[in-house]
Design a protein around this ligand. Sequence first.
Ligand code: ADP
Ligand code: ZN
Length: 722
Amino acid sequence: MIIGVLVEISINKKEKTFDYLVPENLVGMIQIGKRVLVPFGKQKLEGFIINIKDKSEYNLKKIISIIDDEPILTDELLSLGKEISDDIVCNLIKVYQAMLPIGYKASIKAKMGIKEERYIKLVSKECGINFINSSKAKKQVELVKNLFENGSVVKNKYPYNIVRTLIDKGIIKEEKKEIYRIDNTCNVEDLKVLNKYQKDAYERIKNSNKDVILLHGVTGSGKTEIYMHLIKDVIKHGKEAIILVPEISLTPQIINRFKSHFSNKIAVFHSGLSDSEKYDEYRKIKRGEVSIVIGARSAIFVPLNDIGIIIVDEEQSTSYKQDHDPKYNAIDVAVKRGKYHNAKVVLGSATPSIETYARAEKGFYELVTLNKRANDAKLPDVTIVDMKNEIRKGNSIFSKILVDNINDRLNKKEQIILFLNKRGYSSYQMCSNCGEVVKCPNCDITLTYHKNSGMNRCHYCGYARVKEEICPHCKTNSLKNFGLGTEKIEEEISKLFPTSKIIRMDIDTTSKKGSHEKIINSFLNHEYDILIGTQMIAKGLDFPLVTLVGVINADTLLNIPDFRSNEHTYHLLSQVSGRAGRDKLSGKVIIQTYNPDNYSISYSKNHDYIGFYNEEIKIRKNLKYPPYYFLTLIKIGGKVYDNTLNESRKICSYIKRNISNDMVVLGPSPSNISKINNTYYFQIIIKFRNKEKMKVILNNLVLLDENNNKINLSVDINPINL
Ligand code: ADP
Ligand code: ZN
């Protein structure tokens, strides 16, 4: 027998399999979708069995062993992988590997192991009864009685010497049972009864004849509650469900909400889990022990076999697009899997992405809208403060109105969230004498000062050095801190409100496992008055006592040169605002900005998504951006500046020679961040309408690039960030 094996080597060839001979004794175990270990040159490599054949023109080597007892990729996932690899012009093996949790790599799996617990049980029932009737040892009899009633019991519940004696007497025996590292079992509560708007939305989703439904509902309109009802229905019919959530909102709060109804039917995936925990969760799925999977992007690949619904919450989140290879978009994958299983795909959001809303408006997706908050809470009142005026009054960080409102809430014993999209203390150090800005030596980006550690850090490559005292350029003592970070806000707020209790949540305060949960719970329990944080606090959290949200600087996202910067600003402001007044108390939002007239800021004042959408879609049309045109971003990276630029020009002219009239090519130009980790980056942007034509060009490019070791080329179709 001969098998075609897709091996894990980093070649650009999109789908290259190698043939191997299968020794007689292994033939019976060969199945497509299993992995094998094969000799490759001097190495031993892992690979997927892709096909089985009778002959080969080459002189073949034998496989070393078969790794899996069962195919690790189902037929569905095998062909899904091929489709994705073709769509995004990426190596097939990279796609297959992205489908499996890291713990499934054979080399890692060996170390992972399963967790076991020791149990004791009776050798036989008779011998148990005999012992109970004859023995005078009270404690031993008690244990034996317990085992008689319960079957088996965790060993370490009982004193070692009693257990030991009974084992030696041959009355009981010990056995090991596999246990999962995460146990989602808990008491089950009934779902809430849907209100009439929710009920209507629920029915429309269930009865829609479209494959994809956009559930556009304001924050707090009860979308999550609808998801749970939809899932309940699917489960009732013996089917399965996937719920995708942005990594950042995969908080214990939302997981607990699902757990409290579906208990241990759920498997959960997020980056807070260890590799072995993920390994366990994945095995629960493989073994058919769970029917609901809730997780971030990569959970879209879980090997459920009978999916009835796929839900993507906060569908506008950029986290659904993977920014490294394979650069897939989990929503596109969801739509493909939905088609395969004949399952509905529900995209939920308070502020859908422009592309998604456009599809819904055109009728490609079913559009279901919820305008009211579920518990009748009003949407918060939003005030926009022009910081140019405040600066003149000497208020450089906090406007007067924000300070007054914080004071007021503290007096009323209500809670406050302050949001700033920038961690660290100050954004950068600049010399007031010569204008020198302290930058990372490896990247074209300013270093951020972190006061707690006294270090300047690069948020791109992790480079860190002790903060400068003297300007590296003019050697004077004139370095000053500019810009704000969450650390600085924390310091200033504690100066202004010395008796208030303040907690900060950003990457720097949540690096320890479980710290996320701890901060959220303690804030929920009102152990703190003010929560200061980055994006991390913008989504999904539900704190009934929060009545004031302050956005310290709404301009941080606007200033990023990306055609989506207005969209991102609108999303983020709506998300943060959505944290205010979610329960009985009404909420207020104060947005500080230097661009009060910018439409993404002004429309968010009235929660007017449609107004924003109409404005934005005009611009997209005029400038030939999505959804009117597709985009492809080609990045060319190289260690030598001149070479990289030259190669980029060659690539660009190749593309220009091959494009058709409906395509636009921009570049090459230095990337947004033109140097990262000592590699220079140039980019070419292609706007196009015909995907198939584009793919031909890109595939040829990738082939041409294979022999070019001066540069590395990356292709990103429908990029999320430019
Ligand atoms: P969304 O997901 O749209 O932000 P949620 O599902 O989180 O909204 O609902 C917002 C709040 O309203 C939650 O506290 C939720 O428990 C409550 N809620 C939602 N639906 C109902 C309902 N039908 N009856 C009572 N409370 C509800
Ligand atoms: Zn750096």
